[in-house]
Write a protein that binds this ligand. Structure first.
Ligand code: MF3
Ligand code: CO
Length: 255
């Protein structure tokens, strides 16, 4: 899973370099699929089909502006001012990795810059709780406490998850909750922590395509995600390049 995390972080780094005004999300999806397959790996999301939904068509989820998650890559060129969340999963050797990041194209309004900064910061605050002896509720509570002073909406309909041989495993990892409650974290567990945060409401709905999740008030949303291993020495971020966590250092503004 560590090797897969590094593979996926490589794909993310490549994508970050290719996001610019005029590029379509379908183009980004093709680049990602080519890179994943060139590794001998498979895109985890492609063909993924929870009961009652159509199979997911892409390698990436590309969610723009009021789209929170599960946006389907399309042919609309990205424009200045767009807020784009890119979510991706990779399957290799029987195990999955899952990660997401959000960027804005061009100089953002202060409130959008704050949304991106706070959402990313909340991911790292949540990760810091992922040590043996801590509980799932400690993660959610710390994320919620980080977002609260910014008066942003925390999505509740979707949550983080255990990850391993399946993309989604127990336990659920909500981005809200009560400290010292929920499942106990133990060495060897792997989880995906993924705060989804909006400039307005926490309420979301799924569009007619069966996938795209949008805010009910059309407010802009951000999403950051890492796959984490819980080790005796504390949390280990798997979806990073060797020692370098490029999500942490990434400039979320595409200039
Ligand atoms: N990345 C999403 C998650 O973290 C999964 C997307 S659903 C899919 O759970 F169908 F697109 F795979
Ligand atoms: Co996930």
């Amino acid at each position: 899973m560590r090797a897969n995390g590094r593979r996926l972080a490589e794909v993310a780094a490549m994508l970050r370099e290719n996001i610019k005004v005029g590029v379509t999300t379908r183009h980004l999806d093709r680049l990602a699929e080519e890179r994943v397959r060139s590794m001998g790996a498979h895109p985890s999301f492609k063909g993924y089909q929870p009961p009652g939904t159509p199979p997911y068509p892409g390698t990436l989820c590309t969610s723009v502006n009021a789209e929170v998650i599960h946006g389907i890559p399309n042919d609309r060129p990205l424009e200045s001012g767009d807020v784009l969340s890119v979510d991706m999963g990779l399957h290799y050797g029987g195990y999955h990795a899952d990660m997401a990041f959000t960027v804005v194209l061009g100089e953002p309004e202060p409130r959008i810059a704050q949304l991106l900064d706070a959402t990313r910061q909340s991911l790292y605050v949540g990760i810091a709780q992922a040590s043996p002896g801590q509980r799932i509720g400690d993660i959610g509570h710390s994320i919620e406490s980080t977002i609260k002073p910014h008066q942003l909406g925390i999505v509740r309909q979707f949550v983080g998850h255990g990850i391993g041989r399946a993309l989604h495993e127990r336990p659920s990892v909500p981005n809200y909750g009560k400290a010292k409650t929920g499942d106990l974290l133990k060495p060897g567990m792997c989880i995906a922590i993924e705060p989804m945060v909006t400039l307005g409401t926490w309420k979301t709905k799924i569009l007619q395509d069966g996938w795209t999740v949008v805010t009910t008030d059309s407010s802009i949303a951000a999403h950051f995600e890492h796959t984490i291993a819980i080790t005796e020495n504390g949390p280990e971020i798997l979806t990073r390049l060797d020692e370098v966590d490029q999500t942490m250092t990434m400039d979320p503004i595409i200039r």
